[in-house]
Design a protein around this ligand. Structure first.
Ligand code: SF4
Ligand code: SF4
Length: 99
């Protein structure tokens, strides 16, 4: 039996979405999710800002183009910053989180 061609749904049939205000994530401090924590070495750091670009939680703090440290209130301990810091520099190392 030949099936009837179904009409394509238009935008009016889409479920109503949600738009959040800007920077609402500031209210959710996710640092206590961590099992490992990044330790930044200011002596080794060349301020290339690669870690800042890659950090998914914007937890690398920067002022005037220089890394200031890591905001542990938001750092989830994913380790991306330590992975992306150039191997010759290795200014970030991950250590086990102590409670
Ligand atoms: S461990 Fe992950 S969340 Fe924490 S500073 Fe590094 S990249 Fe950001
Ligand atoms: S990636 Fe490494 S060297 Fe570059 S700014 Fe971050 S900690 Fe410093």
């Amino acid at each position: 039996m030949k099936q009837e061609k179904k009409e394509k749904e238009g935008w009016r049939e889409l479920p109503i979405g949600l738009i959040l205000g800007a920077a609402t994530c500031l209210n959710f401090e996710t640092g206590d999710w961590r099992s490992e924590k990044p330790i930044w070495d200011a002596e080794k750091c060349t301020h290339c800002l690669i870690c800042w670009v890659y950090c998914p939680d914007s937890a690398i703090t920067v002022k005037d183009g220089k890394v200031q440290g890591i905001d542990y209130r938001y750092c989830k301990g994913c380790g991306i910053c330590a992975e992306e810091c150039p191997p010759k520099i290795k200014a970030i190392t991950m250590v086990r989180e102590e409670k």
